[in-house]
Design a protein around this ligand. Structure first.
Ligand SMILES: Cc1ncc(C[n+]2csc(CCOP(=O)(O)OP(=O)(O)O)c2C)c(N)n1
Ligand SMILES: [Mg+2]
Length: 381
């Protein structure tokens, strides 16, 4: 059969199924990162919220410094600091309601703490003691995820399931700029948009994935633009402007809660410290860049706004610092106590039904521990 003999009228355009299904224009991120502090919009911001953000940011900065110091004292194995990123960390926690879920990455201990997780329990993983030292259900904070982006499909699954059950739950999942190159990022965003799951993705674009700068990570116009390809809105926000991050995340959470589906938020921020205490950032970036970001520091921005509006004075600043010192001192004291660990716990919570190999190894370890105990008693007796 020739083309001329085929039945039907000739249609140069493909049938409707091939037409774009969504107008991409409303999904596109704003051309410039959204800002509140230092703009006219700040006058509308709630003073109580700004004060809370300020206190939490000051405390968060001190928490980061204390945790980093604990690595040097051998009390923590490793700490990925969020110094410079405290606005994102705190705003993420405050944007959620009690019944919602937070899905943090390894850098987001502070977000977990700002949501109420015990600061020592939040560091258990980084101490090398337990995989997750806190009960994820208590404050609805999923385990800090070290494998990049794996927390994102988990967040989508939880949010989708909650929606099917009719529960009023939104999941907020945090990921780094490097994490957006992972397959899990793609799968999570695709499922979230197709299912219209109540999820908010917060990408903290802190400029680096260890030593890899953003320019080598992606050729996308921005990370927020990636949202459009999946059919969800992308938002771009100044990640060091705590009021702006809080506003954008609160809007996205509200949108998700109302059945409007997921949003991808890219917060432009900067990792002031090295990747972790084990990394030397001077090998791949200059101090001028770091200094430029220090001038756009999240605490500085908030302090300037609050003092200019007469909402904060020297006493207020001193009180916030004192609160942070008290918090850090309590953390330090508790972290300086040796944890009581039972080696037999190695075999707990791995499988619901332990494998024969695990049972054998468990018996072997128990026998060794008992032999050691007998030796010790013999030596003392
Ligand atoms: C699946 C996976 N691949 C590689 C790594 C090793 N790794 C740990 S952190 C990191 C960089 C991640 O950068 P980014 O997502 O920007 O987060 P940031 O550390 O800047 O917060 C890499 C590649 C990992 N943890 N998981
Ligand atoms: Mg990064």
């Amino acid at each position: 059969m020739t083309v001329m003999e085929q039945r039907g009228a000739y249609q140069p355009a493909p049938p409707p199924a091939w037409q774009p299904r969504t107008d991409p224009a409303p999904l596109l991120p704003d051309p410039e990162p959204h800002r509140v502090l230092g703009t006219e919009a700040a006058a509308k911001a709630d003073p109580a919220l700004l004060r809370t953000l300020y206190t939490q940011l000051v405390r968060g900065r001190r928490y980061n410094a204390q945790a980093t110091a604990l690595t040097k004292q051998g009390r923590l194995a490793v700490y990925p600091s969020s110094t410079g990123q405290e606005a994102c960390e705190v705003a993420a926690a405050l944007a959620l309601k009690e019944q919602d879920w937070l899905f943090p990455s390894y850098r987001d201990t502070l977000a977990a703490v700002a949501r109420g997780v015990d600061p020592v329990e939040a560091l258990t993983l980084l101490r090398g003691d337990w995989h997750t030292g806190y009960d994820p259900y208590e404050h609805r904070v999923a385990p800090l995820s070290t494998p990049l982006a794996t927390q994102l499909p988990h967040a989508v699954g939880l949010a989708h399931a909650a929606r099917l059950k009719g529960d009023d739950v939104v999941a907020l999942a945090m990921v780094g700029d490097g994490g957006t190159s992972e397959g899990d990022f793609h799968e999570a965003l695709n499922f979230a948009a197709v299912w219209q799951a109540p999820v908010v993705f917060l990408v903290q674009n802190n400029g680096f994935a260890i030593s890899v700068p953003l320019a080598k990570q992606t050729a996308a116009p921005s990370l927020a633009h990636k949202a459009v390809g999946y059919g969800m809105p992308g938002r771009l926000v100044d990640g060091n402007d705590a009021a702006a991050v809080h506003e954008v995340l609160t809007d996205a959470v509200r949108h998700a809660r109302a059945g409007g589906g997921p949003t991808l938020v890219e917060a432009i921020t900067y990792r002031v410290d090295a990747h972790t205490n084990a990394d030397d950032a001077t090998r791949y970036r200059g101090s001028a860049e770091v200094d430029a970001w220090r001038d756009h520091d999240p605490i500085l921005l908030l302090e300037r706004e609050l003092t200019e509006r007469g909402l904060l004075d020297e006493d207020g600043i001193a009180a916030a610092r004192q609160d942070a010192e008290t918090f850090a001192a309590a953390l330090r004291e508790r972290m300086n106590q040796d944890p009581v660990l039972d080696p037999m716990d190695l075999f707990a919570h791995v499988y619901a039904e332990p494998t024969p190999q695990l049972l054998e190894q468990r018996a072997q370890l128990r026998a060794e521990l008992e032999a050691e105990q007998t030796d010790r008693e013999g030596a003392h007796g």
